[in-house]
Design a binder for this molecule. Structure first.
Ligand code: SF4
Length: 302
């Protein structure tokens, strides 16, 4: 299967992440694909010549991956604005995959220009470059892999599923359900601190939950970061850094490392939790929190 990967307005973070794929290894994932162009893996190939071949129908386009946002003051390719080339190639592709939050929702580049968007979204608005009704030749909307950057295994899942002819069920934002049905909160080792409302005092500490003051979006962010660990061992919250919600359509937000409060309550409550329920449960939890949760896990003075 012919695979084409182009970069729009991007920092290359998703390429860098994907090059670290190790479970399975990058080469195992790409084994069944003919990588016709990728900005890092085939850097010495003639990008324009390759794209021209696909545009003219001289080569069948099976899998088209786009990294980065599109539109605005962008580069040109084959004498056309980059976004026009992306639109034309998307119509020819069997599958289109938006790799990373910029290609999915627009992210930072879309904050800087109104004319920049993701492939089928611009933040919360549906449409983007290709429009709400876009379907690839296999009848699928853009397969959205949001994240800043994505975990390499998320793309491996998509590539291997396509290669093996398996269905990829998507959620309402076009993201694979297998990867985005859980919340970052699921699998976080700080859940007990969350339940008893024991707050982390600073970043990088082993103890405490980062939701109450340090901005953690784990309870409202769809991502498998604590289920499919980074480098096989860790995640932001495991390392003492709040989840910043980088897989969601409202990323990036202002003041991401602090929790916004309204009348003493976190402005955004865990998904599906009512204000009343939160007040009732968190008040009781804080009062009865076990004493051991207030102590250091490893007493460094001993
Ligand atoms: S640190 Fe974040 S993800 Fe972990 S338990 Fe607290 S709110 Fe949930």
């Amino acid at each position: 299967m012919n695979l084409l990967w182009l970069q729009g307005l991007s920092c290359s973070g998703n390429t860098q992440s994907f090059l670290c794929a190790e479970d399975p290894e990058l080469w195992e994932v790409l084994d069944g694909y003919n990588i016709v162009f990728h900005p890092a893996l085939t850097y010495d190939r003639d990008e324009e010549g390759v794209v021209r071949d696909f545009l003219s129908g001289g080569k069948e386009l099976d899998l088209f991956l786009v990294e980065g946002a599109v539109g605005g003051n962008e580069r040109s390719l084959c004498g056309k604005p980059f976004s026009r080339v992306v639109r034309e190639l998307s119509e020819r592709a069997r599958y289109v995959v938006a790799v990373g939050n910029c290609a999915v929702f627009g992210n930072v580049p879309a904050l800087m220009s109104e004319n920049v968007s993701g492939l089928q979204f611009r933040f919360t608005e549906r449409g983007g470059l290709l429009g709400k009704r876009f379907r690839s030749r296999e009848g699928m909307p853009v397969i959205n892999l949001s994240g800043c950057p994505i975990h390499p295994s998320w793309l491996s899942y998509v590539l291997l599923s396509i290669q093996r002819g398996k269905d990829i069920p998507l959620d309402e934002l076009g993201r694979p359900r297998e990867l985005y049905s859980h919340l970052t909160h699921h699998g976080c080792i700080r859940n007990e601190y969350f339940e008893w409302k024991v707050e982390a005092e600073e970043f990088g500490r082993k103890e405490g939950c980062l939701f109450y003051h340090l901005g953690c979006r784990g309870p409202m962010t769809h991502a498998s970061c604590n289920r499919i660990l980074w480098n096989g061992v860790s995640s932001k919250t495991r390392a003492g850094m709040p989840c910043v919600g980088c897989t969601e359509y409202d990323f990036p937000r202002e003041n991401m490392l602090e929790t916004q409060h309204l009348m003493g309550l976190p402005q955004d409550l865990p998904l599906g939790v009512s204000k009343r329920g939160y007040v009732l449960i968190s008040g009781v939890a804080k009062t009865f929190a076990p004493e051991r949760l207030r102590k250091r896990l490893i007493d460094e003075d001993k």
